[in-house]
Design a protein around this ligand. Structure first.
Ligand code: ADE
Length: 423
């Protein structure tokens, strides 16, 4: 049962706060870049009085970002960006210990999910933080009265950036957004090492399978697909990649993986993982070919990559067999195991990306919001992260790791700037 407590909120159970506090502290140890920014924000208060609504996975890492905003003077409200990704002990700590309004309960249904988005919007944000663009899309479809006072927003993920760019293309986007996902210090690390490790973690926690010797079919070879294949190979799995893009397919081949159409891979795979951002990637035709016992999981943002309605329709029987695992029995007696209802497995069955990569992703969030608040309101477009911010985060992360690098000599700088010198 959800309960109302003093700070406006809708969370599962405030008594979980002590555990949430410890876990938030634990994550903070791996977030040194955010710590540097938090210390500066505490001194300078660059977001004083700015109302911020964030639709993010409410995890220990997000809590650390929330504290940066709070110390920076912002008035922040949070809601979940996925019905299964909320960590209820974290929401309890944020509300009861830090007085941050949070509307998020793990396992909430779709109605509650949107009720929570609307509650976060009732704070009348001047800045929006999104992970998947549900906040922006709700504002543009149903809460247009809020648009005039919004300075801008940020978007965390590939899927959200694709949605926003299509809004921009159709002339529908009404305020500027910075695409955090496009920073090098975001997608090179979060999408690759974060999704790579946490997807394996989620599938392992859900199933306790041994990866060694398994045939793992990864659908999509973007940064997330690259990370997952890299880590599954490290555990001894045989990897098959499926792609629609010829360049990415070629990359996968030259990275040493087998590439084939999913209709062929469907016959041989033990574990299938979708990370494409597209719809019905694993469809009825594929389920019909899969081996008995095939495990199917999604690590893309939305639960549309696996055609679950088709699976439900085909199945004679469905039963939960362990936490985050549903067994579907097909008419010919084969079993297919669907993980976490097709929702992103790394956050639904594990704890999402480790803090060390979220450190850089969320440093981008904090610095981009500061950038938007300080400058003139921009045209309603999707903008890249300013290069200085991206580079500064790279520098801070290296420094926190105790790693120094070389600098160009004057001669080298001159050489790079000249065109006259050749052979
Ligand atoms: N997205 C992926 N992993 C995450 C995490 N740990 N916290 C917030 N958002 C995430």
């Amino acid at each position: 049962m959800s309960q109302k407590i003093t700070t406006n909120s809708d969370i599962k159970d405030p008594s979980l706060a002590p555990q949430g506090l410890l876990r938030i502290e634990w994550a903070s140890r791996e977030m040194p870049v955010l710590k540097v920014i938090r210390e500066r924000f505490t001194r300078e208060k660059p977001l004083k009085g700015v109302r911020v609504s964030g639709c993010l996975h409410v995890t220990t890492e997000t809590a650390n970002l929330a504290l940066v905003f709070k110390e920076g003077g912002a008035e922040l409200a949070l809601c979940a960006s996925n019905p299964l990704s909320t960590q209820d002990d974290v929401t309890a700590a944020l509300v009861t210990e830090y007085g941050i309004p949070v509307y998020a309960i793990k396992g909430e249904d779709t109605d509650t999910y949107y009720k929570h988005i609307n509650a976060a919007l009732d704070h009348k944000p001047q800045i929006t933080l999104d992970d998947g663009a549900d906040l922006v899309s709700t504002i543009h479809k149903k809460r247009t009265e809020l648009i005039d006072t919004i300075i801008g927003g940020t978007e965390e993920t590939t899927t959200g950036v694709i949605r926003l760019k299509s809004m921009e293309k159709e002339g529908k986007l009404k305020y500027p957004i910075i695409a955090v996902n496009e920073a090098d210090t975001k997608h090179f690390f979060d999408n690759r090492y974060g999704t790579g490790q946490s997807t394996i973690d989620g599938i392992t926690r859900a199933t306790n399978i041994l990866w060694a010797g398994k045939k793992v079919v990864v659908c999509g070879y973007g940064w997330c697909g690259k990370g997952i294949t890299m880590r599954a190979r490290g555990l001894g799995a045989h990897i098959v990649v499926t792609e629609v893009d010829p360049i990415r397919a070629l990359e996968a081949v030259m990275d040493g993986y087998t590439v084939m159409p999913l209709l062929e891979a469907a016959k041989i795979g033990d574990i299938f993982i979708t990370v494409t951002g597209d719809v019905s990637v694993i469809d009825k035709a594929h389920f019909l070919l899969m081996k008995d016992g095939a495990i199917v999981a999604n690590s893309g943002h939305f639960n549309v990559e696996i055609n679950i309605p088709a699976l439900e329709k085909m199945a004679q029987k469905k039963r939960p067999i362990r936490s985050s695992v549903d067994e579907y029995t097909l008419p010919d007696g084969r079993h297919i195991f669907l993980l976490a209802e097709g929702r992103l497995i790394n956050l639904a069955a594990a704890e999402g990306h480790p803090a060390s990569v979220m450190d850089m992703s969320f440093a981008n969030q904090a610095l981009c919001v500061e950038h938007m608040v300080k400058r003139e309101k921009a045209e309603p477009r999707v903008y890249p992260v300013p290069k200085e911010i991206d580079k500064e985060i790279g520098r801070l992360k290296l420094a926190a790791m105790g790693i120094t690098i070389d600098t160009l000599t004057d001669e080298q700088k001159r050489y790079l700037e000249s065109w006259e010198e050749g052979t």
